[in-house]
Design a protein around this ligand. Structure first.
Ligand code: NAP
Length: 281
């Protein structure tokens, strides 16, 4: 039997309806949740991402500001702007779109954002909160993956999860969230000699690599859950993930499509984090 699709568009819609209700409640108390999005330079993909984030805020009743700066903006000026937003009571979340121009140190910028407004969950403190199981902001993409898994009703306790990829923004936080949900977790990366050896033992595989066909049907156990974070282009220029969807869907029990799986959840979890920031403020 082919795998059931985990529909990220549908789950996003449901969560955004909940977000809109919470935003309206806060707005009625004169505490409308607010997100500041900063874009430095004119990278075309980044322009689309920030536009989508700001539009999603508007649609769910959140206040948002998009600040666009020239590529030549100095690091000092950007840090000053972040300091001002840290002190702005209308702003509950601050997001600086990556990548930044080469003359700006992204780590310095991330650490300049107040932890209470770090809705991307990228700061060292937020990472430490996740590591130690303290409440805090979880990075949006892995947080969204957890919601997708939760939506299947699958209990992760005692299950074996394999995460392919170990970036600070996806792979590592994903592994920690799975661990927190009581899965036993294996992390694979480019130096893993036999990826299939690990994935074949997994009850759940999360692929976050950035290379299509990284995970194929013969690499998974029948009935496994497969979450595809990758965003790649196929030979025809169409968006595709890291997973050979057509092959894997015949072996897995649940699978996320690309597009329409993890992608829509990332912005949704950004909105969720912003609502949580406003509720805590
Ligand atoms: P990244 O920083 O480039 O990390 C990729 C990871 O994959 C690295 O840890 C790398 O290992 C590992 N890797 C590379 N080749 C491998 C191989 N042959 N076998 C096993 N592991 C391998 O990328 P990222 O930011 O985590 O993103 C991963 C993918 O997710 C990209 O396609 C990105 O576009 C997509 N993404 C999607 C969303 C969304 O909202 N849908 C959000 C974020 C990212 P090393 O550490 O050893 O180099």
């Amino acid at each position: 039997m082919p795998a059931q699709l985990i529909d990220g568009n549908l789950l996003s819609q449901q969560l955004r309806a909940e977000i809109a209700t919470r935003a309206a409640r806060l707005t009625a108390q004169d505490k409308q949740p607010g997100l500041a999005v900063i874009l430095v330079g004119d990278d075309p993909a980044s322009q689309v991402y920030v536009r989508n984030k700001v539009k999603a805020c508007g649609d769910a009743g959140l206040y948002s500001v998009l600040e666009k700066y020239e590529e030549t903006l100095s690091e000092a000026d950007l840090l000053r702007r972040i300091a001002a937003l840290n002190n702005d009571p209308k702003i509950h979340g601050i997001l600086v779109q990556m990548p930044l121009p080469k003359h700006i140190n992204p780590n310095k910028v991330i650490e300049a954002i107040s932890t209470s407004k770090d809705v991307d969950g990228y700061s060292v403190l937020s990472a430490g909160e996740l590591l130690t199981g303290l409440p805090g902001f979880r990075p949006c993409t892995p947080y969204g993956c957890m919601k997708l898994i939760e939506s299947t009703g699958y209990d992760l306790r005692g299950k074996h999860a394999v995460v392919i990829g170990r970036s600070n923004t996806v792979g590592k936080p994903m592994a920690l969230l799975l661990l927190q949900a009581n899965a036993s977790v294996t992390i694979c990366h480019s130096a893993t000699p036999d990826l299939a050896y690990h994935t074949r033992q997994a009850d759940i595989v999360v692929a976050a690599v950035g290379r299509r066909n990284t995970l194929t049907a013969e690499m998974i156990k029948p009935g496994a859950i497969v979450i595809d974070v990758g965003m790649n282009r196929d030979d025809a220029g169409k968006l595709c993930g890291d997973v050979d969807f057509l092959g894997v869907k015949n072996v897995a029990s649940y699978i996320t499509p690309v597009p329409g799986g993890v992608g829509p959840m990332t912005i949704t979890m950004l909105l969720m984090n912003t609502i949580e920031a406003a509720e805590r403020a």
